[in-house]
Ligand binder design. Structure first.
Ligand code: SAM
Length: 252
């Protein structure tokens, strides 16, 4: 089945996938950030740090048996939380391959105590023993800055369409209608932009590979996988997330 939705707790779903000897080339985690956000009544987003850290560690531990040997796992979070979570994830047998910054211009989140938060971290992890994960450096190239430069002209003449992306990506957040609206918005809180997911998918998977999204939310991973011929496994414990998936399936 090229695309499936699993309505369950991510820890149980990952156990079941391991029992079924599933293999995924890429896993993406955009978990609750433990900042007291009101998700469905199934999620407590205000856990003591130790409990939250244990949950994230368990999630990565349970991913281990199903992530391909040269596969990639990504987690999106605030940089401060990533700094604290990294040693826990490493202790589960992972290696940090790259620290990527997703920066977004924003008019929200101003405060008097610190600078405005306008970035998140995307940690790219591999199995500890994997030195070379599958990677297509120009899978989703960034446009050349100066197409008139003689070296760039030579690259263009060779058929290249852009440069290998930097390790920081400026991509606008997806916003709802009350903030001006982004066409892809599904009415979900914290929806991850198509552009960001597209970059991860095209850079670390091949056509026909399977991508897992452990906290599917608005099922933002689905249209990317559909458009680029990847299989998807989406997990979320909120039935409203499954409704979005079912609606996507109807218009397929
Ligand atoms: C930050 S949102 C994900 C948003 C998503 N990446 C998107 O682009 O729409 C976190 C999601 O995790 C789900 N969630 C929280 N705890 C979970 C758990 N233990 N197992 C599965 N899903 C969970 C929530 O229901 C919520 O949809």
């Amino acid at each position: 089945m090229p695309h499936q939705f699993i309505l369950n707790d991510v820890l149980i779903a990952l156990d079941d996938l391991a029992k079924a000897t599933t293999s995924v080339q890429m896993a993406f985690f955009d978990p609750p950030y433990n900042i007291g956000f009101k998700y469905s009544d199934k999620v407590d987003d205000n856990l003591p740090w130790d409990e939250y850290a244990q949950f994230m560690g368990d999630t990565f531990e349970k991913l281990k048996p199903i992530l391909a040997a040269n596969g990639s796992a990504f987690i999106v979070h605030y940089p401060e939380s990533c700094a604290r979570l990294l040693p826990i994830i490493e202790s589960k047998g992972y290696r940090l391959h790259q620290w990527i910054s997703w920066v977004y211009p924003t008019n929200k989140g101003h405060g008097k105590k610190r600078f405005t938060t306008a970035q998140r971290t995307v940690m790219w992890l591999t199995h500890r023993e994997c030195e070379k994960p599958l990677f297509h450096p120009r899978g989703d190239p960034q446009p050349y800055r100066d197409p008139k430069h003689h070296r760039v002209k030579a690259q263009l003449a060779k058929g290249l369409t852009g440069a290998i992306p930097y390790n920081w990506w400026e991509i606008n957040k997806v916003v709802g209608n009350q903030h001006g609206g982004t066409p892809e918005h599904q009415g979900w809180y914290n929806q991850i932009p198509y552009k960001l997911l597209k970059r991860l998918v095209l850079s670390t998977t091949d056509v026909g590979d399977t991508v897992l999204d452990g906290f599917a939310g608005s099922c933002s991973m689905y249209p990317v996988c559909l458009d680029f011929d990847r299989n998807s496994i989406l997990i979320d414990l909120d039935p409203a997330s499954q409704d979005i998936f079912d609606d996507y399936q109807k218009v397929k």
